[in-house]
Write a protein of this length. Structure first.
Length: 345
């Protein structure tokens, strides 16, 4: 990814401020930054030691005085000060001039409170954004970025499975008709792997190892070819290193509970959808986006459970940031989809 590009000076930006990753879109340039939403902090003075990939590499490998912090949890800010420092760092990678105050579109989950939304806006302003900060709801951004014609008088369902939240929404005529924001997503899938291995094999695994197992071996539907992997960790009884053999069936069993919660959210949203729009969704299918859409067999599982066609977005990891970017590029045409904060309304 391009970093510290002087061409970005003065340009407006859109940010997908995710629990797992933060993506930044610069007007006229596209996506220029994609880094983990992690900050390594020196606890002695509160100073950030590393941000993004550098901080992620430190997870589980730092001395006692350095702590890796995820400033967002379940799609909302858990540590305001660290989030503001992380945002400032990412903005400085693009806007090399400290006097630059970019106009900003930033994503928030559909289910967040006014206080949580205000915290996102304040963090963006403290990090150097120009007032007002424009807010777009994640399912709307994901729908736009997935190529759904959101302004048409037709029902479309978007399921955005991110790191901290799963956003399920039915969109018609440029608005969200019915939605559900579930705080079960990629992070819970990762945690489920660690909990399963500890419960079944008495082996403790690090967060990065659990995530790698989820990505490489995770599935929501029976695979054509099942396989096994040799995994190393620490024995939770003896405390000594030990290796075990895990199968893809093991990991599918581990992921069952959070996946069932996601499927239930889709079903309950469909249950609340007006009949005319439900008929449209039957015809158009259910669009899946976000990192969770990359889980093997997720489309087959959703299709089997709902009886509707499930389609994976062309670039699921980038759907939200592409949608935010399109809202930024066409800010006047998209103004009805954005919430302005930081001004008297």
């Amino acid at each position: 990814m391009a970093r510290g590009n002087p061409l970005g000076i003065g340009r407006d930006i859109a940010i997908d401020l995710g629990t797992a990753n933060t993506l930044v879109y610069v007007r006229g340039q596209g996506v220029v930054l994609n880094e983990p939403s992690i900050v390594a902090v020196d606890t002695r003075d509160g100073r950030p030691v590393a941000v993004g990939y550098e901080a992620k590499r430190m997870l589980g490998r730092t001395p006692g005085h350095i702590k890796s912090v995820r400033p967002l949890k379940d799609g909302v800010i858990a540590d305001f000060e660290i989030c503001e420092k992380m945002l400032r760092y990412f903005i400085q990678q693009i806007h090399t001039s400290k006097w630059s105050k970019p106009r900003m579109v930033i994503c928030v989950p559909a289910g967040i409170t006014g206080v949580e939304q205000r915290a996102v806006q304040d963090a963006a302003e403290y990090a150097g954004a120009r007032k007002p900060v424009h807010i777009i709801e994640e399912p709307m951004a994901a729908a736009i970025g997935s190529g759904i014609a959101v302004h048409e008088a037709a029902g479309n369902m978007i399921v955005d499975i991110g790191g901290g939240t799963t956003e399920v929404a039915v969109i018609s005529l440029g608005g969200i008709v019915v939605s559900q924001s579930l705080r079960v997503a990629g992070d819970e899938l990762t945690e489920a792997v660690g909990a399963y291995v500890k419960r079944e094999f008495s082996l403790d695994l690090g967060e990065n190892t659990c995530e790698e197992i989820k990505i490489q071996m995770g599935s929501a539907w029976k695979l054509e070819e099942e396989f096994t992997a040799d995994i190393g960790g620490r024995d939770s009884i003896s405390g000594l290193p030990r290796r075990i053999e895990l199968t893809t069936e093991h990991i599918r069993e581990a992921l069952e509970e959070p996946l069932t919660a996601i499927i239930d959210a889709i079903k309950s949203t469909l249950d609340k959808t007006p009949p005319e729009l439900a008929a449209d969704i039957m015809e158009n299918g259910i669009m899946l986006s976000g990192g969770g859409a990359l889980l093997a067999g997720i489309a087959q599982r959703v299709s089997h459970e709902t009886g509707m066609r499930a389609i994976i977005a062309a670039d699921p990891l980038y759907s939200v940031v592409f949608g935010s970017g399109q809202a930024l590029e066409n800010i006047d045409a998209m103004r009805g989809l954005l919430t302005q904060t930081g001004i008297d309304q």
